[in-house]
Design a protein around this ligand. Structure first.
Ligand code: SF4
Length: 224
């Protein structure tokens, strides 16, 4: 995909959704941090269901620590990998209280040093809670970037670096959400909805899922 097509790609996604954001519900950076850690290998919907109740009871590091590991686990037990997520989140809470007065730090290296927080989670926090033009490459972004030719790369990090290089500045802040939502709802893993895709003419994918032109039965009969 060339430079002009890339700009057009984002311009069309922006026209459809001028203010994209995460589908995880949150009010504060800390709530987003907890929601993103919980969302690993879980749907945003399942996470929202849990956090909707949890955050009414406890939405600060101090309050989560006060629940204790068992109490916290009870709240999140419907989410996959809840045991290790509970442990990581509580360890993170302890660090936030001891080192950052209970606040979420805004520096990448500080975020990545928190238990349960890798580069992707740090990028989500930097982008969505703090407004930095970072791009968190998840499974959807990795697929769409490679499939469309937008920013091909063999690893999530390679795709992230390429996207940061090629996405025009005016789209960088929101690129992450536009691509994720496009991947989630249109350019799906198994059956991309190419016939309904607003960027189909810009996309390099060779195996587009466009059904062959349907022949109307009446015409088929009269021409036969
Ligand atoms: S045309 Fe198909 S493969 Fe290309 S971006 Fe659209 S949905 Fe994805």
């Amino acid at each position: 995909m060339n430079k002009h097509k890339r700009a057009e790609f984002f311009s069309r996604l922006r026209s459809q959704n001028p203010r994209p954001t995460t589908e995880l519900r949150y009010e504060t950076p800390f709530e987003l941090l907890v929601a993103v850690i919980l969302s690993a290998q879980a749907t945003d919907k399942s996470v929202n269901k849990v956090t909707g109740k949890l955050f009414r009871v406890a939405n600060t590091p101090e309050a989560l620590l006060a629940l204790g590991e068992e109490g916290f686990r009870e709240h999140i037990k419907s989410i996959g990998l809840f045991n290790s997520k509970a442990r990581n989140i509580l360890k993170t809470c302890r660090i936030l209280v001891d080192r950052y007065q209970g606040r979420v730090p805004e520096q990448r290296q500080d975020l990545e040093a928190l238990p349960g927080v890798g580069r992707k989670t740090a990028n989500v926090l930097l982008n969505t809670a703090f407004g930095h033009p970072t791009i968190a490459v998840d499974t959807h972004i990795f697929r769409v970037a490679n499939r469309t030719g937008l920013a091909p790369g063999k690893t999530p990090l390679a795709v992230e670096k390429r996207l940061l290089k090629v996405v025009p500045d005016e789209f960088k802040q929101d690129a992450h959400h536009w691509i994720i939502l496009h991947g989630r709802y249109v350019c799906a893993a198994r059956k991309p909805r190419c016939a309904d895709c607003v960027v189909a003419d810009l996309c390099d994918y060779r195996h587009k899922n466009i059904p062959p032109a349907h022949t109307h039965p009446a015409r088929a009969v009269s021409s036969g």
